[in-house]
Design a protein around this ligand. Structure first.
Ligand code: ZN
Length: 472
């Protein structure tokens, strides 16, 4: 692997010791008590017991590293979120009892009101909450660009830089409105050429391909019922010419399958393949309704999946065949999905949701047929890193990888005494963080967000949410 040299921000050296560690490496190495050594944003060493004395003394001219006592805690890789719609933070609690199509139809007219200020407030709040609940890298799928409302994608990137998360936003799009046989009202869709121009512009302006980069752009037409075939094909061409990844929603509901069969004479997975939309540079959100043949095609083509179990449950969309996908060799990560269909917006809860949903689907807890706690943790870390094409940089604790770390407190009322720290994290309540670092930079410490005032973020989100109700 090429060495991670991208110097995002000067970060001091530090050591964490005395904590349980789940590395999530290929061997599943764990330590009951271990240490990590970090400098310049990169994990330099990891092992059992306390850190060597010479490491604590520092090297030569530099100051001695900070030593953090991790006793009572579990250290894992920071969680990786593969599907989100940050702007939806200010549209929570609406259309509570509707399935996807009804839910979308109720929300599109409200979403049409967004502007730069509203998206910024929503993104900061959603990102701050992701950080406070253990996420160090998130993707975002922003597909609503009402005309004349400023740089909505750019504002999410600024928000992510301020909160301090590693961020892989996608320039989403919709060009098939109601008048063209799609679901969204015409007022929220764009013209094909405008979308392609804006996509190219986003790549040129924001995409950073360097190892360990904090911002990578992807392209993401929204769904089969809101994007034309031509948009899908031309977007894939542009992404492949530009070396960026592709993302979309697929096979989320039975309604979508009906739509595809009626309109294209094939299932969503077959439709995606016919457009060149299966491949190692593609990841698909949901994949709830997949045939055995489709699972095999995803595996054969190296296509990734963003599993969003809580959103699927909230909308009653169904339960995805995650164990079958994993067993077939598909890269699967977890996603919170948009907070308008998953109000909690915390990835750590998705570990447990994924595990529970897989056991409900399988009708039993046998690891042969369903997820166990460690499989759930893999999905939320290295699985997500694979889906985003970042497995060489993040997703496990190994020397040379970015120091994206989550140090969870397990010595409080909710967790103390649970026999196994990984079970405490996955089966137990969302654990508070003693420390969260992105590229070695502390973002959360002692359950406090260091990069923003959370009361202020909450006020701004509330104001934006109110404004979206009042307008129009
Ligand atoms: Zn979504």
């Amino acid at each position: 692997m090429s060495e991670i040299t991208h110097d995002t921000e000067t970060t001091s050296a530090f050591i964490i010791e005395g904590c349980a560690i789940a590395t999530v490496d290929a061997e599943g190495t764990e330590y009951a008590a271990g240490h990590v050594i970090v400098s310049n944003g990169v994990l330099r060493a990891i092992g059992p017991g306390p850190a060597p004395r010479e490491a604590k003394a520092g090297c030569g001219s530099g100051p001695a590293p900070r030593v953090i006592d991790g006793s009572g805690c579990l250290l894992t890789p920071g969680l990786v979120n593969t599907h989100h719609h940050l702007y939806q933070w200010i549209f929570r609690g609406l259309a509570q009892d509707s399935p996807l199509f009804g839910w979308l139809t109720q929300l599109y007219p409200r979403w049409a009101r967004i502007d730069e200020e509203a998206v910024f407030a929503a993104a900061q709040a959603a990102l701050g909450w992701l950080a406070l609940t253990g996420c160090t890298t998130t993707s975002d799928h922003h597909y609503l660009f009402p005309r004349g409302r400023g740089d909505l994608l750019g504002t999410t990137i600024i928000a992510a830089r301020e909160i301090g998360l590693r961020f892989d936003p996608t320039r989403g799009s919709m060009d098939r409105g109601v008048s063209a046989g799609g679901l969204p009202p015409d007022e929220v869709v764009e013209e094909l050429d405008a979308i392609l121009d804006a996509s190219q512009d986003a790549i040129g302006r924001y995409h950073d391909p360097r190892p360990g980069s904090l911002t990578r752009i992807g392209l993401a037409p929204c769904s089969p019922f809101s994007a034309s075939s031509e948009l899908m094909i031309r977007t894939a061409q542009l992404a492949r010419e530009s070396g960026v990844r592709l993302h979309t929603h697929l096979a989320e509901t039975a309604d979508e399958e009906e739509f595809c069969v009626a309109r294209h004479g094939c299932t969503p997975a077959e439709y995606a393949e016919s457009l060149g939309w299966l491949g190692p540079d593609v990841w698909l959100a949901h994949c709830v309704h997949l045939s055995d043949a489709a699972v095999k095609r995803l595996a054969a083509t190296g296509t990734g999946v963003a599993h969003c179990p809580s959103s699927n449950a909230r909308l009653g969309s169904g339960h995805a065949p995650i164990k079958a996908l994993i067993d077939a060799g598909v890269s699967v990560g977890l996603g919170v999905d948009g907070p308008a269909s998953q109000e909690a917006g915390m990835l750590v809860e998705e570990l447990r949701s994924a595990l529970y949903v897989s056991r409900l689907r399988a009708g039993g807890p046998d690891p042969e047929v369903a997820l166990d706690a460690r499989a759930a943790l893999r999905l939320g870390t290295i699985g997500g890193a694979r889906v985003l094409g970042r497995a060489h940089e993040i997703g496990s604790l190994e020397p040379g990888k970015c120091a994206d770390l989550a140090l969870w407190r397990l010595d409080g009322l909710a967790h103390a005494g649970i026999a196994d720290p990984v079970a405490a994290l996955v089966f137990g309540s969302p654990a508070p963080l003693k420390l969260l670092t992105v590229h070695g930079r502390p973002i959360v410490e002692d359950a406090q967000l260091l990069t923003a005032d959370t009361a202020q973020l909450a006020r701004a989100a509330r104001r934006a949410s109110d404004r979206m109700k009042d307008r129009g």
